[in-house]
Design a protein around this ligand. Structure first.
Ligand SMILES: Cc1ncc(COP(=O)(O)O)c(C=O)c1O
Length: 407
């Protein structure tokens, strides 16, 4: 991986001063920063090729369509999908998961069956299933172990022949835990269930191969992987997309329309009603190319080094609790923590005074907070542009918080 100092220069925002201090951005699990290569690709698209896709025969229309479909190819290559037909562009991971809820599970819900999710999920992998539950399908949640992984033994006991979907996050946005999704996939498939992976926190940070994982669905967001907001991906096996009904109806998702009837378009366009986020796809294409140029395996190695350093430094802090595996090989670069007696919002506000951006609150995982026995956490999350110096700044900042509160 090229030197972090050099790489940081690709990210204009990292030059900013916050409260008079150099910005230390440790909130990439919420959203990542964007390199000039992505910003420029979007600007170039609007300046030179902007048009609607799949409808105009003029040159610009052709260019826009090509750019949009090229992005699909790039994404398919990134996750080793069998074909770009298996890549549906959506707004974000949340919309990808909702697409599965509406198009795959909702029609099955009245005849019963069961969905199994886990207690470590982001709300976006819980609330859509509660909606399906309200239409007649059972919903259960697998618990976590004392090592902050999913309890596979218990999960195995929960899955039965009536299970329609097993779903879990690949990497937790709170604990950092990287789940054994290959094993969970097997448990699901051995029981005739489909398997959905929430990959919002994994695809940006490590090699992900949908064929190796053997997942049926996998959802992620462009904005957490250097791309723009408003573009995300649902990967689904071709056979499922073929059999599923559309989630939204309108232009572009059709072949022919009469006043009485409509023939739907082929996959994946059947699921992309209306004018899509072409500029978003262009930006995502540039983001994936940027990540691929570095290499996802190198990014993962970099984050392991960063996480090891962070875990080591946090372990030296008195009265600071962390949540998640203590082994850098088992987690992403996400450290959720609490300073004894100090509200996480106060921690994050004081860190902000030092120019350090972290998240605080329930991190969109209220059931997990309850399971951990806390109301909220502060969370620092790293990415390709962070180095050990950023972690050291964070630790200095936490020491200042402790001093301020006399902890
Ligand atoms: C694990 C996980 N899943 C899903 C999401 C939802 O992502 P988005 O808000 O981009 O849809 C997030 C966002 O933080 C996440 O961390």
């Amino acid at each position: 991986m090229k030197g972090i100092e050099k790489l940081k220069k690709d990210f204009p925002i990292l030059k900013r001063k916050i409260n008079g201090k150099n910005l230390v951005y440790l909130d990439s699990a919420a959203t990542s920063q964007k390199p000039v290569q992505v910003i420029k690709a979007i600007k170039d698209y609007y300046e030179n090729s902007n048009a609607n896709v799949s409808r105009s025969v003029h040159k610009l229309g052709e260019e826009a369509t090509e750019a949009y479909e090229n992005a699909r190819k790039t994404v398919a290559g990134l996750i080793n999908a069998n074909s770009e037909k298996e890549i549906v562009f959506v707004r974000n991971a949340t919309e990808g998961i909702n697409l599965v809820a509406y198009s795959y599970l909702l029609p099955l819900a009245p005849s019963g069956g069961k969905i199994i999710s886990t207690v470590m999920e982001h709300h976006s992998n819980i609330v859509p299933w509660q909606f399906i539950n309200s239409h007649g399908m059972d919903l259960e949640f697998a618990d976590i172990t004392k090592n902050f992984g999913i309890n596979l033994k218990k999960l195995n006991g929960m899955v039965s022949k009536g299970t329609k979907l097993v779903t879990t996050t690949h990497a937790s946005n709170v604990l950092g835990t990287i789940n054994e999704v290959d094993k969970i996939s097997k448990i699901a498939h051995d029981n005739g269930s489909l398997f959905l992976v929430d990959a919002a926190q994994s695809v940006p940070h490590m090699p992900v191969d949908v064929q190796k994982l053997d997942c049926d669905f996998l959802a992620f967001s462009g904005h957490k992987m250097l791309g723009p907001t408003g573009i995300g991906v649902l990967y689904a096996k071709e056979e499922h997309l073929e059999s599923m009904k559309p989630f939204m109806y309108g232009g572009d998702m059709i072949k022919t329309v009469t006043l009485e009837n409509t023939n739907f378009n082929d996959i994946p366009w059947k699921f992309e009603a209306g004018t899509p986020n072409v500029a978003g796809a262009v930006g995502l294409n540039a983001a994936v190319n940027y990540l691929k140029k570095i290499g996802l395996d190198k990014i993962r190695k970099h984050e392991i080094v960063l996480t090891k350093h962070a875990l080591n430094e946090f372990s030296k802090l008195d009265n600071v609790s962390t949540y998640g595996p203590q082994d850098e090989n088992k987690k992403g670069c996400v450290i959720s923590f609490n300073v004894k007696g100090v509200h996480p919002h106060d921690v994050a506000s004081l860190l902000d005074r030092e120019g350090i951006a972290t998240r605080s609150g329930h991190a969109c995982a209220q059931p997990l907070m309850k399971r951990l026995g806390v109301k909220a956490v502060a969370r620092a999350s790293g990415y390709i542009y962070n180095d050990k110096g950023d972690i050291d700044s964070l630790i200095d900042g936490i020491n200042k918080v402790k001093k301020t509160f006399g902890v």
